[in-house]
Ligand binder design. Structure first.
Ligand SMILES: [Zn+2]
Ligand SMILES: [Zn+2]
Length: 406
C-alpha cells in the first residue's frame, strides 16, 4: 500500500510559499507518511528545470531526489481552461511535460509566469493534446464555486464532450467527499481522487488529503495509470467536507453564511458588507444530485475523514495558530514515536497514543469514530473542528445558530 498526493503547487504558482521546493517537499512528505507526491506545475519551465536538476528516475515515470530520502514523485500539473475550469494532468515522464509545454505555449500568455497557467483552450482540446503526449487528465476540485467543472457545467459530458471516455479520475476537492459526489450517478464509473492542492509544505497542508493505492513495490507510471483506470484505490482520505473553504454558501468577504434559498432571493450579494455570496459545494451538489442517498459503485473505496495532526494538537492545547512552536514540539514528539503523521492519524492504536498524550488520544479516537463537531467553512474561509458542542456559527437572518441546524 502507498499513500499518494497527486496535486500540489510549486513556488511558481500564485499565492504559494517560497518553501515549495522539491528537497523540502520530499522531506516533509516523508514525515507526513506520503510515499508518492505529484510535482505540480510541471509545464512551468523554471519548475521543470528544478525538477530535472533534483531528480533521478527510479522506474518508468517515477522519480526521487538524487541520493536522498524515500519520497517518490510523479510529474503532474494543473491548468485552467478558457471556461476557467481547472484540470489535473498526470504525465508519464518529464519529457512528456516538456512536449505539452511546447504545444500549450501557443495558447497561453502566462505559461512561463504562473505554475498553473491559463489556456485559451476548451476541456476537450486539453484532453486531445494531453493524449498526444500520453498524459492523463481529470477535473480538479470538481465542485468549487470559482474555477471548476461543476461551476461552469451541469454535467461532466458538457465539459469534456466525446472525450469523456478518456476521463478516468475526478478530484473531489476539500469541500466534498464520496458520499456527496456519489449522489451524482454520472460519476459512478470514475475514480475519485483526494489530493491536498497545497500551497505550502506544512504538514497540515501537504497530504491533508491523500489516496491509498494497492500497488506493487517497484511501481511505474503505467501501474499508477492502471490503478486509476481499473479502480484499484484502497482508500480516499481527507478532511471532513465541513472543513473545506467552500462547503456552505457564504459571503466571500465577511464569510457570513446563508441558506441557499435566501442567497438567491437577495441576488447573491451580502446585505451586511456588499460582498459576493459564493454558492457552497454542499448547495451545488444538492442542485446536481439525482439520488437521495449516495449510490456508491462497487469499486468505490471507503472515504476516511481525518483532522491534520497539528489541528488535533491545537484543539488539545487550545492554541489557534497551527504553526506555533508548542504545537510543532508536540507534533515532533508524536511523529518521532509513530514514524509518520499518517500513522498517528489512521493506523496506530489509540491506546498507544494515549500513553504519550491522553488528551490527543481521546480526540483522535473521537474523530476516527465520527464524533467531532465542526464549524463549517464557506466563502473562502476554512471550517474547523471544535470540542465545544455549544459553539455557534453565524447565519444571515438567523443570528447565531447551533451546529448542524441546517
Ligand atoms: Zn485549481
Ligand atoms: Zn459579507
Amino acid at each position: 500500500m502507498i499513500n499518494a498526493d497527486f496535486h500540489i503547487h510549486s513556488k511558481y504558482s500564485g499565492g504559494t510559499s517560497s518553501n515549495m521546493e522539491l528537497p523540502i517537499i520530499a522531506k516533509q512528505a516523508e514525515l507526513k507518511g506520503l510515499d508518492l507526491v505529484g510535482t505540480g506545475d510541471a509545464i512551468h519551465t523554471g519548475w521543470r528545470e528544478h525538477i530535472k536538476s533534483n531528480f533521478t528516475e527510479i522506474s518508468e515515470g517515477i522519480y526521487k531526489i538524487k541520493n536522498s530520502g524515500k519520497t517518490k514523485f510523479i510529474i503532474t500539473t494543473e491548468v485552467e481552461d478558457e471556461k476557467r475550469v481547472h484540470h489535473v494532468i498526470l504525465f508519464p515522464s518529464v519529457v512528456s511535460a516538456e512536449n505539452l509545454y511546447e504545444i500549450f505555449k501557443k495558447y497561453s500568455t502566462d505559461i512561463d509566469k504562473d505554475g498553473r497557467p491559463h489556456l485559451r483552450l476548451g476541456a476537450e482540446e486539453i484532453v486531445d493534446f494531453s493524449r498526444e503526449v500520453s498524459a492523463m487528465v481529470g477535473p480538479a476540485h470538481a465542485f468549487t464555486p470559482w474555477t471548476s467543472l461543476y461551476k461552469s457545467y451541469d454535467s461532466i459530458r458538457d465539459c469534456y464532450g466525446d472525450n469523456l471516455k478518456h476521463i478516468h479520475f475526478l478530484e473531489l476537492g476539500l469541500s466534498a467527499d464520496s458520499d456527496m459526489a456519489d449522489l451524482i450517478p454520472e460519476l459512478s464509473g470514475i475514480t475519485f481522487m483526494t489530493n491536498s492542492d497545497c500551497h505550502s509544505p506544512w504538514p497540515h497542508r501537504l497530504g491533508r488529503e491523500f489516496n491509498r493505492l494497492n500497488i506493487k513495490n517497484s511501481f511505474s507510471f503505467s501501474d499508477i495509470r492502471d490503478s486509476i483506470i481499473n479502480h484499484k484505490f484502497a482508500l480516499n482520505v481527507g478532511l471532513n467536507p465541513l472543513e473545506g473553504k467552500y462547503h456552505l454558501t457564504a459571503c466571500s468577504r465577511c464569510f457570513l453564511k446563508f441558506k441557499p434559498v435566501d442567497a438567491s432571493g437577495i441576488k447573491w450579494r451580502c446585505p451586511e458588507c456588499g460582498g459576493i455570496i459564493k454558492r457552497g459545494v454542499d448547495t451545488r451538489i444538492n442542485e446536481l444530485a439525482k439520488l437521495k442517498k449516495p449510490g456508491h459503485p462497487g469499486h468505490r473505496p471507503p472515504y476516511i475523514h481525518i483532522i491534520p495532526l497539528a489541528e488535533v494538537i491545537s484543539l488539545s492545547m487550545k492554541i489557534r495558530t497551527l504553526t506555533s512552536k508548542k504545537i510543532q514540539e508536540k507534533w515532533n514528539t508524536l511523529v518521532e514515536h509513530f514514524g509518520t503523521e499518517i500513522n498517528v492519524l489512521i493506523d496506530s492504536d489509540v491506546e498507544d497514543i494515549k500513553k504519550i498524550d491522553p488528551k490527543i488520544g481521546v480526540i483522535i479516537d473521537k474523530f476516527r469514530n465520527g464524533r467531532i463537531k465542526y464549524i463549517a467553512g464557506g466563502g473562502g474561509a476554512y471550517g474547523r473542528p471544535t470540542l465545544d458542542a455549544n459553539e455557534k456559527d453565524r447565519f444571515w437572518g438567523f443570528g447565531q445558530r447551533g451546529l448542524n441546524e441546517f
